[in-house]
Ligand binder design. Structure first.
Ligand code: ADP
Length: 476
């Protein structure tokens, strides 16, 4: 049994902007079930939704600041969450990275430097919590300074750094580095210095004992210039310590047979009931309620990474096919406008909801026939996993974790019952349209379609296997 401090800037259901929160809210539960003593560290954001009791545990003085540590639990579990309470940085409305108008916080570097420093104090048992970590498991750039700071300590726990997305690196100027009062030794190109700037993520990659990322394919991709963003050489250098461990999903939340957020639960044995959710979805999105027409769903942050420009370029042609398209997402204002305009032009086939809505996300997973994920890159991706559980077949680009988790429908994969979706390579309008056409043809063949849904729904996306892979690393 190891004592693990799991450091994350978002944790579902307390606060979420994307997949990191899903992982941080479900992997620790699985690790606890496998006998590990795990504590999560998260900033106490103004926007957190508490469901459990919260109480103060201790006070620390770090970098001339007085910081409190509060304690709560992950809902319906014994997993302890420690909240870094520092109102001046984290008390305002907004999400972990942007204010309520979507502008990045001006003091992000200061916020996450403090977060990292507190993680170090706790993991070194200097925080009056009477708990000595064996392992500090950090996630993404927001905790990248933790392995770097710990590397300066003579005695320290082992460190694991997980990359959920290489595209976000936490790069700041030398002036900002100087204003953070960090140890001067860190300004070294073998540590956090990155072409004259400081890089939080580099601290994690250069200094952690083990590096992981969220799919085996992405672990290979980030060692190339296209996906490595200037850190591919360092990742190649560290390839013996770099592991791709695929994310699992929280089956308590994402199982059609006991999902209380959808109008009609269903399972692989009564798939016909799925259509009740489809009609509810069409109604919710003000589309004609027609069971026979295929519905393609998409839920995403609206950013370049997710291939939204490609979707926009295809939609004018997609409306010539017998299909309806529903999208839930928010992000880039220009993408939001262009999508909304298309829905005004084709109100019977395209419907768009701008916003963040977890209940609606469940309805889209349950009610759609297809789920579209044409990402330009995708470290793991969770929606294609949820979709398969819900018998909603994913249409994905062959990249990152999408390539690892969706089996394309081909004559041989139909025959051996491994096909679970539709995969294309080129990020081009032609390739995406061709694949959608191919998917719609299969949809028209009820017998094959049902078999594909069953193949997808029976796949094991539980955390157990991956959690065991993490434990094997902790024990190295
Ligand atoms: P990323 O972390 O890059 O955003 P992932 O596929 O790993 O992508 O995880 C995204 C998570 O966020 C999924 O759980 C997805 O359902 C959820 N999500 C994204 N956008 C929304 C939204 N607008 N409303 C509700 N959930 C969303």
């Amino acid at each position: 049994m190891k004592k693990i401090l799991f450091v994350s800037s978002e944790v579902h259901p307390l606060i979420k902007t994307g997949g990191l929160a899903d992982v941080a809210g479900s992997l620790p539960l699985s690790l606890a079930q496998l006998g590990q003593d795990i504590r999560i560290l998260l900033p106490n954001y103004g926007a957190i939704k508490y469901t459990q009791e919260v109480h103060k545990k201790c006070t620390l003085y770090v970098d001339n600041r007085t910081v409190h540590i509060l304690e709560t639990q992950l809902p319906d579990s014994d997993v302890i969450v420690w909240l870094l309470d520092y109102h001046e940085f984290f008390g305002d409305e907004g999400n972990p990275y942007t204010d309520k108008d979507g502008n990045p916080w001006a003091n992000s570097a200061e916020r996450f430097a403090l977060f990292s420093r507190i993680a170090v104090e706790i993991s070194q048992n200097r925080a009056d919590l009477n708990w000595q970590a064996d392992i500090v498991h950090c996630n993404d750039w927001q905790s990248g300074l933790v392995p770097a700071l710990l590397s300066l300590e003579p005695v320290r726990p082992a460190t694991v750094f997980t990359i959920h997305n290489m595209a976000y690196q936490g790069v700041y100027s030398k002036d900002i580095f100087q204003s953070l009062n960090l140890p001067g030794e860190l300004w070294n190109h073998n540590l956090i210095e990155f072409y004259g700037n400081m890089s939080f993520i580099k601290g994690g990659i250069a200094c952690a004992d083990h590096i992981t990322t969220v799919s085996p394919n992405y672990a290979l991709e980030i060692q190339t210039p296209e996906f490595g963003y200037g850190l591919d050489n360092l990742l190649q250098h560290r390839h013996n310590d770099l592991h791709g461990i695929i994310n699992g999903i929280d089956l308590e939340q994402w199982s059609p047979e006991n999902d209380t957020r959808i109008p009609q639960a269903y399972s692989v044995d009564n798939l016909a009931k799925k259509s009740i959710n489809k009609t509810a979805l069409q109604k919710h999105f003000s589309l004609p309620e027609d069971e026979s027409i295929s519905v393609i769903g998409l839920i995403s942050r609206l950013v370049d990474q997710k291939g939204i420009n490609l979707v926009i370029a295809c939609l004018e042609s997609m409306v010539n096919y017998p299909m309806q398209f529903v999208l839930l997402g928010s992000g880039d204002k220009d993408l939001e406008h262009r999508l909304t305009n298309l829905s005004y032009l084709h109100p019977d086939q395209i419907s768009i909801k701008i916003g963040y809505d977890e209940d609606l996300a469940h309805l889209i997973e349950a009610g759609s026939d297809f789920f579209l994920m044409p990402s330009l890159f995708e470290p793991c991706g969770l929606n294609q996993l949820f979709s398969q559980r819900y018998g909603t077949l994913p249409i994905v680009r062959h990249t990152g974790g999408l390539a690892d988790t969706v089996v394309d429908t081909l004559p041989e994969t139909i025959t051996d019952h491994t096909a679970t979706g539709f995969v294309f390579n080129e990020p081009s309008v032609g390739a995406l349209l061709e694949t959608i056409k191919r998917a719609l043809l299969i949809y028209a063949n009820a017998k094959v379609w049902k078999q594909l849904q069953k193949n997808a729904m029976k796949k094991d996306f539980s955390w157990e296997k991956s959690a065991k892979d993490y434990i094997a690393l902790y024990n190295c």
